[in-house]
Design a protein around this ligand. Sequence first.
Ligand SMILES: [Zn+2]
Ligand SMILES: [Zn+2]
Length: 267
Amino acid sequence: MGRAVARLDRPGPHGSAAEVTTMPAALRRFLAHPRPPVLLGAVGAVAAVRALRGPVRRRDAVTAAVCLGVQPFVEWGVHRGLLHARPGGRLGSIGYQLAGYGHEQHHRDPTNLDTMFLRPREVTAGAAAGVAVAALAPPAAGTVAVCFGLGALAYDWTHFLIHTGIRPSGRYYRRVWHGHRLHHYRNERYWLGVTSPIADVVLRTSPTRDEVPVSPTALGASALVARNDRGERTDRPGRPGRRGRDVRTAGAAGTTGPRARGSYPPV
Ligand SMILES: [Zn+2]
Ligand SMILES: [Zn+2]
């Protein structure tokens, strides 16, 4: 089983999200990468099992509405507590092994598609739990499992889209796009929402850019992008300057100098 899952997660290089500049290209890239189709299949499997348990009733609609309201806070909590878990202490070490290490790699090189998406290992484990709940628990619990899957899918897609070279349009999307850029290039302790800014507003992790210092992690990511812009070697040998385009959008968070700031769309 473990080997089969590892085969699903074909190693890269898978390129850079910054190479993607149109929505159709983003969709193609999302589906061509080995990881997102695993998530799509997992959500489909949980939904199919839930469908076998009977029709969607009013109770399911209410359950789905509650899930929608809770989703921003779940996302915030997972991002802060699990994705940013650091070794040290029993819980921290477990969290770091589960997800913290992978997310740390993403922060080191934010547009790198090798470390962008949810890994099949965690997705298949979650899917197995979701299918069991959908098959054995009351149908409304199965609806919760489907909502969880859809939330993960929304997160993976939106997160990828934010790191592409597609310019943000629409007030809502611009807000989450800007927030996630600040999370990477200003300070990773803030702006933890990806699909929604609601939890950041409620939990006070959505300050204005200059209210918080630039963190060492953000400085590292910005330096990497800046080096790429000058066409020097990066941490991915043989691909000099590939993410040069991204310096314009990455600098959106205002940490990579006047050139970056100058091309930042107004928010
Ligand atoms: Zn990111
Ligand atoms: Zn993060």
